[in-house]
Structures are given as structure tokens and as C-alpha cells.
Design a protein around this ligand. Sequence first.
Ligand code: ARG
Length: 468
Amino acid sequence: MTDANALWGGRFAAGPAAIMERINASIDFDRRLYAQDITASQAHARMLAARKIITQADATAIEQGLDTILREIEAGEFEYSRALEDIHMNIEARLRELIGEPAGRLHTGRSRNDQVATDLRLWVRDAIDSLDTGLRHLQAALIDRAEQYAALVMPGFTHLQTAQPVTLGHHLLAYVEMFGRDRGRFADCRRRLNECPLGAAALAGTSFPIDRRQTAHELGFERPTANSLDSVSDRDFAIEFLSAASLTAIHISRFAEEIVIWCSQNFAFIQLSDAFTTGSSIMPQKRNPDAAELARAKAGRIIGAMTALLVVMKGLPLAYGKDMQEDKEPVFDAADNLALAIAATAGMVADLQANEAALRAAASAGFPTATDLADWLVRRLDMPFRDAHHVTGALVRLAEQENIGLAQLSLAQMQSVEPNISNDVYDVLSVDASVASRSSFGGTAPERVAAAAKLARQRFLADDGVAP
Ligand code: ARG
């Protein structure tokens, strides 16, 4: 047993058992909230003075003391104590050492329950802002490469079977759309979380004449939260953040998986430099796409974090419960790992080199222009599409037997299946003709892709920040 806790005084005669201290203390992880905690406390102290709940002199001493603590923490000179449980009490205890009695007045009209809810909202808001910057950089990298590869043909797949030729630029722009929606979800989450719980106190509000609008405004929140019970017990914002993070991680993992496949010798669509690959200690020929594999794997822990917090919150009665202390580690871990995955993915996008010959060869294999042939039969011979599909199937079978592509079938061979086929059918059988023809809005024609890249630049990268 240690001494009774200094901060809650007389009611507890003996201190916590060692195991209690270990399960109860959050300082090992919630120290990451130090900057938010100090900012929020300073705003609270200013408000208390403005409302004449404490003196201006006390508020000034508190603000300056907190500035000193901020410097100590950032210089690595602050001594954290597990006995003091969490970041809030560690800072307050140090403040008392530094300024004495006025430190005890800071906690007027608030509780750790609204304090931690405020700190974590501020932290998540900052995390969203920096993830948004990371995603924007990733989009910028993708758009640059999409412009470069707007006309580079590659096989488009469904079921991972060759379907129709597309361009690499078009494929990369598909991810720009996904990351744009991800940014939209984070922005939406940010809008909803931007209300200030400070002043809800323990759960019921306070009898002091506080001004919640002032603190909300000073901390950059839109408004104070409306219900004190909800204020201290709501962790929706953290769960929404984790679900937006999960979906982003899913998109990262899909792209990372494609990078892994494309780098494989059996595809050889792209190459990553040494900067993003590792060798093998035993197989000298290897160039393993570890960064892509790890980016792919991050979805596992990020979805795990979301699931963890959902399950923590399930069935919790109002208002605050210590269960909710378990919200921080998943949020921190998901934010850190998502930021890392986004940055690594942006790095790989800038690094990758497309293997043009392999992409073109793969785009030409597997009768990728069969649909173009069927469409030609419909357009030129006025065939119903179902019949055209049938005729094309017979021509594919013939080419398969001869072990050649559709464009290599002679006109006589074509006419043996459908006598009305004429020479201009060859115009639609090349992969370049195929992609060029897909010029509908959102399609893969190189001109379309170049225009889409330009538009994506305006939509997602413009400084006036057109909302994603
Ligand atoms: N460390 C706590 C948390 O993260 C702070 C709030 C504690 N409140 C309380 N009534 N014990 O949730």
C-alpha cells in the first residue's frame, strides 16, 4: 500500500493496491493528450476569471504555470507518475508544485469526465487534419502518375480474369475517387465532433456561473454540447473516426494488394525500387514488396481498433464509466498506423515504374477486345446483341483453336462464322482502338483520362479546398 491519493484527499485512508494502480493508470498512453489538456485548461482558467469565479491573478498564475509544464514536457523533463493515474492529474499535481494554492482552483466547474472528453475530441480533430493532408498528398501522387500513364494500356479485370483493356492512368484514378470519399468521411466526422463537452462537469453540469460558449469558442469548437450526460458519455466521435479510418485502410489494402500482384514476376506490370522493397537473406534474386504488404496488413489492426471500441461501448449505462478510458489506445494506434500506411503508399506511387511492354502484352492476351467485336456486329450488321455475343463466342473459339488473337484471324476465317463481316472490323480489334472508343464520361479513353486527371486536380487538390 502507498499513501492515500493526495488529490482526492480524506475519504481514502489507504492508497491503491499495486495491481489496482496498474489497471487504473492510463498515464503510459494518455500522456499523448498533454498539449490538448493544457490548451483546454488554459481556456477554462481564462473563462473562470472572465466570469469572476476565480481571480485574474490566479488565472494568470495558472496559465503561466501550464506554459512552464508544456515546456517541461516538450523538453522531456517532465516526470510522469503512475500513482497520479492520468495526464490530467499529473499536470495538475505539477501545477500545484509550481504555483501552489491557485492550482487547486483550476478544477472549479469541471471534472475529469468532461476534461478527458474535450481533450480526446481535440486530439481526434488534429489527427483528422493531418490524415487529410496525408490523403491529399497520396491523391496528388496518384494524379501525377495517372497523367503520365493516361494512355498506357493494361488489362482491366473482373474476377481477376482479363475483361477489357483499360489504361493504367484510369486504374490509378479509381483510387483517387476512393481516397476522396475517405476524406469526405473524415470531414463529416470532424464536423460532427466539433462541439465542446467542457463544462458538463462530472455528468450533471455545474452550479458555477460558467460560460461554456467562451471555452467552446476559444478551443475552436462550433458550440458547446447540449446535454451534460451525453457530453461525458459519448464516444461516437471516436468510433466514427475509427470507422472512417477502417474504410480508408480497406482502400489502402486493396491498392497495396494490387501492387503486390503487379510486382510479382508472373505479372511484372510494375517495378518498385530498392527504396520500397527488401531482399531475401537466402534468395539473391528476390525483391519483396514489404512496404505494400505491411500497408495491406494495417487494415487488420485498424478494424481491430474500431471493433475494440465498439465492444467497449456496447451496453454501457449513462454516464461516464471507467471502461471509457479504454478508448484512447485504439484511437492512437489506428491514427498512427493509418498515417504510416498512407505515407508509405504515397511513396510507392511516386516510386513505381510501369513495365509498358508487359502491360501491353497482358492487355492483348485473353481476347480483351471480344466485347468490341460484338459491339461492331451490333452497330455495323444491326445484329441483336445476344446474337452478336454468340457469333463473337464462336470467333473466340476459332482463334483459341488456332492459338492466335482475334485481330490475327483472316477475313476468310471470320466470314466462315459470319459471312457479312467486312474488313473494317479490324479497326476495333486492337487494344488501343478499344480504349480510345471508351470515351463516355468516366470511361477509360486516354483523352478522357487526361481530362479526368485535370478535373481531379481541381476537385481534390485546389487550395480553396473544394469539399471532397
Ligand atoms: N483517465 C480517465 C479516462 O481516460 C479520465 C477520466 C476519469 N474520470 C473519473 N471519474 N475517474 O477516462
